[in-house]
Write a protein that binds this ligand. Structure first.
Ligand SMILES: [Zn+2]
Ligand SMILES: [Zn+2]
Length: 184
């Protein structure tokens, strides 16, 4: 069990009222300032956007348009960057409890379907986490033309000067070169 923080219900909406409405009915809610835990990743900016919940014949269709930022490292210069991501999550949730009888709905026919919670809630946290994880780029860049690191000094090529040809040559090699010069 992980401890529950203040944001644990931020991506959860009670749809008991919407379930009682006819198919096609919908509600929309803003999403703002939501932080969730990611696997091997960290949010640099909280999740914001909007969710639309629609009553379908079978349950609730949730459509969330979200933006956030990932804390990443430039793959060329290793600078820390805030990488903006936009994701859309579309999932249909089927009831787990029959609203009229209060009894559990048999789920054997569709064991993989997403289900509303026992309290008639849409819980989008897991699908949102998966969508944001998938938005991680393979090779993020701080800017498209990032020149990366200097192979001589290891510094960033877009910081300072890197015309250091002679001072990095071993002085003994310099002496050897001078000694052999007349033979060339
Ligand atoms: Zn870079
Ligand atoms: Zn350099």
């Amino acid at each position: 069990m992980t401890s529950r923080g203040p944001d644990d219900d931020a991506l959860t909406w009670n749809v008991a009222g919407l379930l009682a409405d006819p198919p096609g009915s919908e509600r929309a809610y803003p999403i703002d300032g939501v932080r969730i835990e990611l696997d091997d990743l960290r949010l640099a900016a909280p999740i914001a956007g909007r969710v639309r919940l629609q009553r379908t014949n079978r349950g609730i269709l949730a459509t969330a348009d979200l933006r956030a930022a990932l804390a990443l490292e430039c793959s060329r210069c290793l600078r820390e960057i805030d990488y903006p991501v936009e994701v859309q999550v579309v999932e249909e949730f089927l009831p787990s409890i029959d609203l009229s009888t209060g009894k559990p709905v048999p789920t054997g026919d569709e064991p993989d379907a997403l289900r509303l919670t026992d309290h008639h809630e849409v819980d989008l946290e897991t699908p949102v986490r998966e969508a944001i994880q998938l938005a991680e780029p393979i090779a993020p860049l701080c800017r498209p033309d990032c020149p990366g690191l200097c192979i001589v000094c290891g510094g960033r090529l877009d910081e300072g000067t890197h015309d250091h040809p002679d001072d990095d040559i071993d002085p003994r090699l310099e002496a050897l070169r001078a000694f052999r010069a007349p033979d060339d």
